[in-house]
Design a protein around this ligand. Structure first.
Ligand code: BTN
Length: 260
């Protein structure tokens, strides 16, 4: 598995300028936990595993993946000096996933805050977490899970309560995919967007994100701190907040989920 990935990364148009090291694991509780626990952290380190035993999603939910059928990765990046630009990290990660799926023939959309959906079903998720040294954040671990060759049975056998129905690249296209090819494309696209980010090209990140945002202009209900807020999805702020047009005017929603 991933036998030629290092060589591909070394020559990839963007990956060669960003990715410094690949850590391959056969099995791990969570690639994000592994990244957070690394003592010496270097930007551009990528953690990969065949199998994740205790994968974590947002809001303390489990993330289900299947050995050799899922992309499970965590990418280490420096915590930005301008901390208000941090909200662009999940946005640029979503952009990289959208581009990757597109290059394998699948059109996907973003559901705020950062679910990747195909035909209203979830194919991929992003979990960004920070590590702290002496009370200060110094690293961000960007965890990405993509369902590649999973079949319907891989999901129904699991005793997991899915909020959004899951799907995979194989289930949507009927084709089997080489995990290494998809992973290389993902890491190369991620490198492209992170290099834009380092050049402070936030406009390009936001434009691409908004062009692939499924909720824009639609009436949605958001669960925010146990409260329901309904409105038209109007825009996304420079801090990644959702701007909802409600009966009370524009409301900024900084975290939460869209009620399905
Ligand atoms: C979500 O949609 O709730 C986020 C899912 C993120 C899953 C990935 S898989 C690799 C990394 N390791 C984890 O434990 N979680 C992330």
């Amino acid at each position: 598995m991933y036998a030629n990935l290092k060589d591909k990364i070394r020559v990839g148009t963007y990956s060669r300028d960003f990715i410094k090291d690949l850590i391959f694991l056969n099995s791990v509780d969570s690639t994000n936990s592994y990244g957070l626990s690394l003592k010496a952290k270097e930007e551009g380190t990528v953690i990969l595993t065949k199998e994740q035993l205790d994968g974590r999603g947002r809001n303390k939910r489990p993330w289900h993946s299947v050995k050799d059928k899922s992309i499970i990765t965590s990418i280490m990046i420096n915590y930005p000096e301008k901390s208000d630009s941090i909200s662009f990290v999940p946005l640029l990660s979503a952009n990289a996933i959208i581009e990757t799926l597109d290059s394998f023939g699948l059109s996907s959309k973003i559901k705020w805050p950062n679910d990747i959906l195909v035909n209203s079903k979830k194919i991929s998720g992003i979990l960004c977490e920070s590590s702290f040294v002496k009370g200060r954040s110094n690293f961000i671990v960007v965890g990405i899970g993509i369902n590649i060759n999973l079949d319907n049975d891989d999901f129904v056998q699991e005793n997991v309560d899915y909020i959004i129905k899951p799907t995979s690249l194989k289930m949507e296209t009927g084709n089997h995919f080489n995990l290494e090819d998809v992973l290389f494309d993902l890491l190369n696209n991620f490198s492209k967007w992170i290099l834009e980010y380092k050049k402070s090209n936030y406009h390009a990140i936001l434009e691409f994100w908004k062009n692939n945002w499924s909720d824009i202009g639609k009436e949605i209900t958001v669960v925010n701190q146990n409260k329901l807020v309904t409105g038209i999805a109007h825009d996304i702020s420079l801090r990644g907040e959702l701007i909802l047009q409600t009966d009370n005017g524009l409301e900024l929603i900084n975290s939460g989920e869209i009620k399905t």
